[in-house]
Design a protein around this ligand. Structure first.
Ligand code: V0D
Length: 254
């Protein structure tokens, strides 16, 4: 038998029986980081306290994903629909990228992480955008984990814009209708140069896509947990990956 590498990663006792296989770690994990407001409410705290603690979780999960050998991590931080939230909350959220990067950028650089953004740049406050763009520039040459923040992102809008761009190319004779295929449309999306997610994780019990990577998630495994994002930890990430690997083994056996 081909040598199977078993990483000894069992941190929680529930993992002990079935260790995480170091091979077949999902190359791209996408996460809908839901439940920050509910977590806060449960504790009698304002919603923004949930967002702040959720930011701490981002750091932990980025480091753990990197340690496990994940190559791409996409985090749904702010959707095009999130603008409908109370003004104060939106204002608080828009300060988080800068806050996060002030604390974490140095370590991300040290860990060879490449920061990216996937979303629509307009409407973002200039201080938010410039903080993110600085991180993108400073990590552009890094070759490790690609940390892709979905910020002001909407899946339908992304597809519409790609389709309009393709239509313009056809109209102006740069492209023929016959050349339009799945690969072409994929390449025109905001995630154009990264592979589709292998695994989608959504926290906090909701079982919906909420306009997240509609095209790219067509064949992805999905893993849902009732755990609120501020309470999501390394063991939960390992559990999701283990389940992904269990499903892969089952299909392999057919
Ligand atoms: C709040 C839970 C990190 C989800 C996590 C503007 C909601 C914490 C970032 C971040 C947010 C974004 C870009 C970047 C670096 C960090 C972030 C937002 C919300 C929305 F380059 N956490 N985080 N951005 N929350």
């Amino acid at each position: 038998m081909i040598s199977r590498l078993w990483a000894k990663l069992g941190k929680s006792s529930s993992n002990a029986a079935e260790p995480l296989a170091a091979d077949n770690v999902p190359k791209h994990i996408a996460i809908i980081m839901d439940g920050n407001g509910r977590w806060a409410k449960k504790r009698g705290l304002p919603r923004i306290a949930g967002h702040h603690t959720g930011m701490k979780t981002v750091k932990r999960i980025v480091m753990e994903a990197d340690r496990l050998g994940v190559k791409y991590l996409t985090l749904y931080a702010f959707s095009t629909e999130n603008w409908k939230r109370p003004k104060d909350e939106v204002e608080f959220l828009m300060k988080l990228p800068q806050q996060f990067l002030e604390i974490e950028l140095a370590e991300l650089i040290e860990k060879n992480v490449q920061v990216r953004m996937m979303g629509h740049k307009e409407n973002l406050p200039s201080f938010t955008l410039s903080a993110v763009e600085e991180a993108i520039t400073k990590t552009a040459h890094n070759t490790g984990l690609v940390l892709n923040f979905a910020l002001n992102y909407g899946g339908r809008r992304e597809m519409l814009e790609a389709i309009k761009e393709i239509a313009a190319d056809v109209q102006d004779g740069r492209l023929s209708t016959e050349q339009i295929d799945e690969q072409l449309l994929s390449s025109r999306l905001l995630s154009g140069d990264i592979p589709d997610p292998d695994l989608l994780i959504r926290t906090s019990g909701e079982l919906r896509l909420s306009n997240f990577m509609l095209w790219q998630l067509a064949y992805s495994e999905m893993w849902f947990t009732n755990v609120y994002w501020p309470e999501f930890n390394e063991a939960h990430l390992q559990e999701a990956i283990q389940e992904y690997q269990r499903r892969a083994r089952r299909y392999g056996g057919l």
